[in-house]
Design a protein around this ligand. Structure first.
Ligand code: FAD
Length: 394
């Protein structure tokens, strides 16, 4: 197992024995804002908040040690990384510049969307673990406390509006009192602070993903993202740092094979129908297992309430086809800092504005989503494509 990227901030904590006999590494630490989830949204919020002098703690359940999906960073993210003060270190962190996207969508011919005219320059193919861990470290350096390997046990709102959070950090109990709670837990199914909040789900998209080792110098130099449509879904592939190629088959959950058919056979059969992707895969060594991940679009019916916010994918999630998820996560983290500051003087107004913004952006995204899927008309009898030919009802 790889080493964790960020150590536990065990300093400045009070130690008291608990009834269970364990010694907690802190008890009732008071913070202005507690953030659950240390992905791009949570850490961007932590950096932006800590920079304005707020006391912030981030509780992250992993140690950034396992594979993370979502690798293409849009060129415009440069502005957000600069705003967070991490652009320089991002730039030297070994992520691969990507000159553009090639796609076989609507026809089997490849169409190139070059970033050459993009005002923000190139896009990027990320080592996601390194990227997320870098942001967590940056949050720690500007004063946030980042707790890794930490799982929330209870989370309750007091009559005053403040939050009481109990968690286990590497199995040891810790607790916090927070004026404001931010949930940045990604696609996790329920929110600790508002478990009754519902997700409005718009499709059944799922990704079957494999990380391959590149065995061809020609492919290693082709840092364009490849998107290729097929009869019951679509594929993307991207060259990553460390000589890896990520290849994903995106389809609907009910179009995946039954358990009796091995995923490897299904994947082989499907990628036989996409010549451009197949050529890339054939230049690689098959040495990893499959990851099956949910990728459906949704938004929460409630993303802001009294002293509480949901941000990033915890608030709404886009189809990976948009390549906007990480950008949106960073943007909503930065926005959260502004909303929380404003809510200290105008109470509910900024929270309502934030919720309206999430709803409006999602409605715009749905229009774009349908327009893009509508450009593919080759498989009119395919369930996958039929499901995507109209804008879903809001
Ligand atoms: C198949 C696929 C491909 C994608 N490709 C792209 C792409 O190319 N480009 C792009 O921009 N976006 C892509 N995305 C979307 C992108 O990955 C997400 O939108 C982005 O990661 C959202 O960031 P986030 O911080 O909101 O959530 P996440 O990145 O999911 O981070 C959430 C964090 O919270 C932690 N956590 C969860 N629950 C708890 C808990 N209870 N307690 C403590 N910690 C918790 C997790 O460990 C994680 O670190 C893709 C998504 C999928 C599914």
């Amino acid at each position: 197992m790889d080493k964790p990227y960020v150590n536990h901030p065990i300093t400045n904590t009070k130690s008291r024995p608990t009834t269970a006999g364990l010694v907690p590494i802190n008890f009732g630490q008071r913070v202005n804002v507690l953030i659950i989830g240390g992905g791009p949204a949570g850490t961007a919020a932590a950096i932006a908040l800590a920079k304005t002098g707020q006391t912030v703690a981030v509780l992250e359940r992993s140690r950034y040690e396992t594979t993370r999906v979502g690798e293409t960073l849009a060129p415009a993210a440069r502005v957000l990384l600069s705003e967070l003060g991490v652009w320089e270190r991002f730039h030297i962190d070994g992520h691969l510049p990507s000159p553009g996207i090639i796609s076989a969508w609507g026809s089997e011919e490849l169409y190139e969307n070059d970033f050459i005219f993009n005002p923000y320059g190139c896009g990027w193919h990320l080592d996601r673990r390194r990227f997320d861990a870098m942001l967590a470290l940056a949050a720690k350096e500007v004063g946030a406390s980042v707790y890794l390997s930490t799982r929330v046990v209870t989370c309750t709102q007091q009559p005053s509006g403040c939050w009481w959070i109990e968690a286990l950090c590497d199995g040891l109990p810790i607790s916090f009192q927070a004026d404001f709670l931010v949930e940045a837990t990604g696609r996790t199914s329920s929110l600790a602070g508002k478990p009754a909040t519902k997700r409005m789900i718009y499709d059944k998209l799922v990704g079957v993903i494999k990380f391959l080792t590149i065995n061809s110098p020609i492919l290693a130099c082709d840092c364009r993202t490849l998107v290729e449509a097929s009869n019951e879904g679509w594929w993307y592939s991207a060259v990553l740092p460390n000589n890896n190629l990520v290849v994903a088959y995106m389809t609907d959950t009910d179009l995946l094979p039954r358990k009796s058919i091995p995923l490897a056979d299904f994947w082989q059969e499907c990628h036989g129908k996409v010549p451009h992707t197949q050529a890339r895969v054939e230049s690689c060594l098959w040495n990893s297992s499959f990851h099956t991940v949910a990728a459906f679009s949704y938004r929460r019916n409630c993303v802001a309430d009294n002293q509480w916010l949901a941000i990033g994918d915890a608030a709404s999630a886009f189809d990976p086809l948009s390549s906007q998820g990480i950008y949106k996560a960073l943007q909503s983290g930065i926005a959260a800092a502004r909303v929380i500051k404003a809510s200290q003087s105008n109470c509910q107004a900024s929270l309502k504005e934030y919720a309206a913004h999430v709803e409006k952006s999602f409605a715009e995204y749905l229009q774009m989503w349908a327009a893009y899927y509508n450009r593919e008309r080759r498989w009119s009898d395919s369930v996958f494509w039929q499901r995507r030919q109209t804008v879903p009802a809001k």
